[in-house]
Ligand binder design. Sequence first.
Ligand code: SF4
Length: 216
Amino acid sequence: MITNAASTTGEKPTLAYYYKDGLYLNITNRCPTACSFCIKRSWQWRYRGWNLKLNGEPPVAAILSAAMKAAAAKPIKELVFCGYGEPTYRLDVIRAVGADMAREFPGLRRRLNTVGLGNAIWKRSIVPDLKDRIEAVSISLNAASPEEWRRIQRPAPAYRNCFQDVVSFVRECVAAGLETRVTTVAGIGPNPEAVRALAQSMGAEYFLRPSLQEDN
Ligand code: SF4
């Protein structure tokens, strides 16, 4: 059984939290993968003091209200659709909150952090839904082959054969003019240089990011 210290104390979930100069939105806890590097369970669904364990899917209005208040309270450079979960399940949130936040805070950079399975989840391309709501997308790929990807990302059975869908998503994001960054977590994949080469062959940037434990 997973222990969730925050929920047992009745602490309210956090919908918007600060990290460095960004405001991060915790918009879902659903995941199509059980990524081998995920820290949500070992960190008991907390992130640097914030409780990210949601009680179901938060309504758009609640997320928008939390984002507006947090962005007004402190200067931020970037809004990040994130979670402890895969944010593309919540296209409704990305579209509504992305639009309203851009209107209220002109110049705010909006980024999506994703495992890149949005097209597979929705069974259609979601890039048209994203391209006028975000400026940047960061795709956690971690692997350069389907076998490596399955081992590292540990997809649910429905997504077991979706490595190429993630690759296509990267290509589509580049073609749509989004700042597209492919990442691997340091120390996880056996061949980060192959991931770099794959990313760059598609016109995406590449970033070998420190694991969250080490990223202070
Ligand atoms: S998608 Fe994110 S929250 Fe879900 S298992 Fe992977 S790293 Fe963890």
